[in-house]
Design a protein around this ligand. Structure first.
Ligand code: IMP
Ligand code: MG
Length: 182
């Protein structure tokens, strides 16, 4: 189905590369949190596949919860206003929290979540972002765990979408936006 889709560009992170990197991140988290019970919080929907693979790569007693947020405005330009669509079920107070993100682009969602969740008295708070933009050198310093750095350009697959499409694509691929041949 995806083979002949002209909207899909090059494979930026293959299924195999994802598997290797997620295993490494899981092992690193297991080492860093040895003896603790971290609470992993994923931001829906984009992070659902990453979360599913990551928790199985962490050899610890982990707990998980999910949040959904949305930024106002159109899909290509973020307005800087983030709204919580679904809040947590679990109490974060006193917990070692790891926020699991699919991709950090402008960093606005991250900044909002860091402020909002940081105010809920976690014992510690770290971010694990599967994908970041290579050019965001300052923003990326805030994340304890980073999967892969990407060049600019919209990407899809492994949970990431464009208009709810391509989330089930197993690789991360460039999406050819209309009017460009990138
Ligand atoms: P930010 O607030 O600009 O950092 O990005 C917020 C959200 O936009 C991310 O968590 C993704 O859900 C979505 N997003 C940003 N860039 C991409 C992309 O290239 N593909 C798919 N979703 C993206
Ligand atoms: Mg997201």
């Amino acid at each position: 189905m995806f083979e002949n889709d002209p909207a899909l560009g090059e494979v930026l992170v293959s299924q195999e590369q994802l598997q290797t990197r997620v295993a490494e991140l899981g092992a690193e988290i297991a080492r860093d949190y040895a003896g603790k019970r971290p609470l992993l919080i994923a931001v829906l929907k984009g992070a659902f596949i990453f979360m599913a693979d990551l928790v199985r790569a962490i050899d610890l007693d982990v707990q998980m919860d999910f949040m959904a947020v949305s930024s106002y405005g159109d899909s290509t330009e973020t307005s800087g206003v983030v709204r919580i669509i679904k809040d947590l079920d679990v109490d974060m107070a006193g917990r070692h929290v790891i926020l699991v993100e699919d991709i950090v682009d402008s960093g606005l969602t991250q900044a909002y979540l860091r402020e909002t969740l940081g105010a809920r008295s976690p014992a510690s708070f770290e971010v694990c972002a599967l994908l970041v933009r290579a050019e965001n050198t300052e923003i990326n310093k805030r994340f304890r765990y980073v999967g892969v750095e990407l060049p600019p350009g919209w990407v899809v697959g492994y949970g990431l979408d464009v208009a709810e499409q391509y989330r089930n694509l197993p690789d991360i691929r460039a999406f050819r936006t209309e009017g460009t041949d990138s």
